[in-house]
Design a protein around this ligand. Sequence first.
Ligand code: NAD
Length: 263
Amino acid sequence: MQLANRTAIITGAGSGIGRAIACRFAAEGAHVVVADINDAAGMETVAAIEDEGGTARFVHTDVTDSVAIEAMVSQTVDIYSSIDILVNNAYFCDGGDILTVDEALWNRNISGCLSSAFLCCKAVLPHMIDQEKGAIVNIASVNGLLGLGEEGYSAAKAGVISLTQNIAVRYGEHGVRANSICPGTIQTPAWTAVREKDPNVFDRLAKWYPLKRVGKPEEIAAAALFLASDQASFVTGTNLIVDGGLTAGLKRMGEELVGAGNS
Ligand SMILES: NC(=O)c1ccc[n+]([C@@H]2O[C@H](COP(=O)([O-])OP(=O)(O)OC[C@H]3O[C@@H](n4cnc5c(N)ncnc54)[C@H](O)[C@@H]3O)[C@@H](O)[C@H]2O)c1
């Protein structure tokens, strides 16, 4: 058990990647706090963990609300006495390019992805510094690395990578590690609306991936487990790209640009 008796807060753990991380961490012995805005989904995650013999609590949390975050962190400390791991996974993504996104929508993307991670780190860090240990894992995206559209979301995810590096540098001497993960396309409920309009979207996107498929939530959970565990005791300030090779070469795009076999 890699996380025996550690306490882990996972935001957005009611669905997709967050749920997979919560289940994996619980299977590794962690006491998991499922912090989600969706009560039914959060409680489903808790039930799934308990069915497997793990320990979890649901705490209703809106990660865009600093008061709610402080309350969730206090509740976690009251229940489990410590906070060893924070995974910032909840997010908001909507809107297209800069000319069509209005200021309010832009701000919702920044608030839902970046300010939320900042607020959760700010609330948890004093406890980790007091304990002189802690691991933060921030879920960013390949959108934070390249110009892939969804500008507000992408800018926020680039900010998450920078926030992570700064936390790693500033609080490393207090035993706090901070790392980010950039997933490529992962099959989660986040894609439900897109799949209703375009049922073959994953097959279409798979062509861009050297592994010729999109990813599974469990594959991000495995990366998060590594970064949160003692296996990564000398890993901090890094950004782990878990994207089936998408950003390594954008091979298909390269083929289209310079001709197959020439690159
Ligand atoms: N799925 C992908 O293809 C993909 C790719 C790259 C990065 N990511 C990142 O992975 C993370 C998880 O994505 P997913 O695909 O699992 O999404 P998802 O939609 O399946 O789950 C998101 C969860 O976050 C919760 N949530 C939303 N707003 C919240 C708020 N204000 N407060 C608390 N909880 C809130 C939702 O209720 C839901 O349970 C996100 O950070 C996303 O940017 C996903």
